[in-house]
Write a protein that binds this ligand. Structure first.
Ligand SMILES: [Ca+2]
Length: 442
């Protein structure tokens, strides 16, 4: 019996070790299986696991809308001057000539070419009236962000800008982050950086001056919304403890929703001027130009799908666990034996895939629940079976396993051996064994 107990511990430790290794950045903790076949007392059965699609470049699947719609340069053609040199005016924009046009789709093409391709606005001809542009990115699907949003400006970075998000397909909007050269002046907000945030203030919306300052734009053209720094508040600096983040996501809806969007809106409020005074005699120096937008994320499938397809211009989850809907947000017809619930990130037995069960599940197939509890420490899995500790068997783990073994339980203290406190020598041996296992298996 003790040997069996030690083997169980060994199996348990190896299991824990493998689970821990999955959370290192290479695997990124994404669950690529929804179910697997396991041998149990009832023979070969399915074991269900929470699952989610792999993170991807979400800019391939969006629709972009500009407001005002005629804000793109080139109609009529214009010539622009460089911000840092008002006499260098060789930037032409003409919507009717392919080489000189700067349409919005050039924010999402593959970069790395030289010269870069970019969208460009008209110039600030109506100064001092504000040059306002809204760029809306719509997915028509809930997605979960997995990496920083990165905007690359081909001209100077804007002096004032707001990044907003919607969770209801553009009906309502909430700010994600404010950006300004002077946060107090622009938005009456104290300037902060993502480094000022803590686990308790992670959901705070801040104004940052990190991405708007003067002439440094020549060396850094990017404006970020820092997703990974926020993840790191729970998962550690190199995101090595994703289990901790997932644990938080499981229990905190606000946190899950914070990283979930259906749309993004970039509100450009004031272009780069590079100086305190705007040169009114040469307003063709002032405009917005964006060469690239990065949005990494995954379809939100409520941990019920491991893939998401783009069909007829629309993303939808390929739902498992008897769920359906674009986000696997409800149980299939005839599978409403209990209320729908999202899968949990936490692994079994602490968490569960929360599969939808058939309507007609009766006392024959419903093995365990709040009334019929699994005994001797067994876990009730989806109401259909008890996951018994090694020393027990039976529908509700009610039978000591040794009863069915050769010789019965006579020599093993009536099957209660695992519950008797082990001697100190035995504990020492176990400790040494587990250290050895840790050294070899991790
Ligand atoms: Ca581009």
């Amino acid at each position: 019996m003790r040997f069996q107990f030690a083997l169980t511990l060994q199996a348990l430790w190896t299991g824990v070790c493998q689970a821990a290794m999955q959370h290192y950045p290479a695997a990124w903790g994404h669950y690529d299986v929804c179910k697997s076949q396991v041998y149990s007392d009832e023979g070969l059965t399915w074991d269900y696991m929470a699952c989610q699609p792999e993170a991807a470049d979400m800019t391939q699947y969006l629709k972009v809308t500009l407001d005002p719609p005629n804000i793109t340069c080139g109609d009529p053609p214009e010539t622009y001057c460089a911000l840092e040199n008002p006499y260098m005016c060789n930037n032409e924009c003409d919507a009717t000539t392919e080489e000189l046009a700067h349409p919005p789709e050039l924010m999402f093409d593959i970069e790395g070419r030289n010269p870069t391709t970019f969208w460009q606005s008209t110039s600030w001809k109506k100064y001092p009236k504000a040059l306002l542009v809204n760029i809306t990115l719509s997915w028509n699907k809930t997605i979960e962000l997995t990496d920083d949003i990165v905007l690359t400006f081909e001209s100077g970075r804007p002096e004032q800008m707001v990044l907003e998000k919607s969770l209801d397909y553009g009906r309502t909007w909430q700010p994600y982050q404010f950006y300004a050269t002077d946060c107090l002046d622009a938005f009456t907000m104290e300037p902060k950086t993502v480094q000022d945030l803590t686990q308790h203030t992670l959901l705070d919306i801040i104004c940052t001056e990190d991405y708007s300052r003067g002439y440094v734009w020549k060396y850094d053209k990017t404006v970020r919304f820092e997703i990974k720094d926020r993840f790191a508040l729970f998962a550690g600096p190199r995101l090595h403890n994703m289990a901790s983040l997932y644990g938080q996501l499981d229990t905190t809806k606000n946190l899950r929703d914070f990283f979930t969007i259906t749309d993004l809106r970039i509100r450009l409020l004031r272009p780069a001027t590079g100086a305190t005074m705007v040169d009114e005699n040469n307003l063709s120096r002032y405009f917005y130009a964006i060469s690239d937008i990065k949005v990494q994320g995954r379809c939100k499938c409520n941990l019920h799908a491991n893939s998401c397809v783009f069909d007829k211009e629309k993303l939808s989850c390929e739902c498992e666990h008897n769920t359906t809907g674009p986000d696997c947000g409800r149980c299939k017809r005839n599978y409403q034996g209990r209320a729908w619930s999202a899968g949990s990130y936490l692994p079994i037995p602490k968490g569960t895939a929360n599969i939808c069960i058939p309507n007609n599940i009766g006392p024959v197939t419903r093995v365990c629940d709040e009334l019929f509890r699994c005994q001797n420490g067994g876990e009730c899995i989806n109401n259909v079976r008890c996951n018994c500790p090694p020393a027990y068997t039976g529908l509700l783990c009610e039978k000591p396993r040794c009863e069915s073994e050769l010789g019965g339980c006579a020599g093993a203290e009536s099957g209660q051996a695992p519950l008797t406190p082990p001697s100190s020598t035995w504990l020492l041996l176990l400790l040494l064994g587990s250290m050895l296992l840790r050294a070899t298996s991790c």
